[in-house]
Write a protein that binds this ligand. Structure first.
Ligand SMILES: Cc1cc2nc3c(=O)[nH]c(=O)nc-3n(C[C@H](O)[C@H](O)[C@H](O)COP(=O)(O)O)c2cc1C
Length: 174
């Protein structure tokens, strides 16, 4: 049972809160780097653009994440926005066991940022700051490079499942 911090506020159970958060669609990014020459990474649906000057973004990670414990120590992190069609990649990058990168097409920059290929955007980032927020950490990322291919549609995470962007057909948008 989760309770609101406002005295006298209504109680809030975890299921209801998860369902409520789930109504807000988000993209999915892969946050990946090289640790001792081995790719390490995780799927994240809490990527938020934060600031243009300086260029910053943020992600929220579970305090218990073993993967984040490694990623946070690396000098360079690749953040890849996943594409519609990357559902299997997103699942693989959240797997408890096994090689998360098996069957994934990836690329490593000279700085050690690891990107999943085929998505609309690739950022090279480094960890700027971390703030505790309940059972999560808010990690602020400084963006060093951004390469976007806006024609590629992103993967969408909505109501605990994957969806794709659906656009009106050309010439039929009004
Ligand atoms: C679509 C999707 C979105 C996710 N978003 C987040 C997220 O925003 N933050 C987070 O900490 N974990 C997120 N996860 C879970 C992680 O990818 C992964 O399962 C977790 O890091 C596994 O625990 P470990 O780091 O201890 O190995 C997400 C998983 C999926 C499939």
């Amino acid at each position: 049972m989760i309770t609101t911090s406002r005295p006298g506020g209504p109680g809030l159970d975890e299921r209801s809160l998860r369902d409520a958060f789930g109504t807000c669609p988000s993209g999915v990014v892969a946050v990946c780097g090289l640790a001792d020459g081995v790719p390490v990474g995780m799927a994240v649906s809490t990527f938020v653009p934060v600031s243009l000057d300086p260029p910053l973004a943020a992600i929220c990670v579970q305090r218990t994440s073993r993967t984040w414990a490694v990623l946070r120590t690396l000098p360079a992190l690749g953040v890849s926005v996943l594409a519609g069609g990357h559902e299997d990649a997103a699942r693989a990058l959240a797997a408890r066991d096994g090689d998360r990168f098996a069957g994934l097409a990836i690329d490593t920059t000279p700085e050690g940022a690891v990107h999943v290929l085929g998505g609309p955007t690739r950022f090279v980032c480094s960890l700027e700051a971390e703030t505790g927020a309940g059972d999560h950490l808010i990690a602020t990322l400084r963006i060093h490079t951004a390469r976007a291919e806006p024609a590629i549609d992103p993967l969408v995470f909505h109501r605990s499942g994957f969806a794709r962007v659906s656009r009106p057909r050309e010439g039929n948008s009004r």
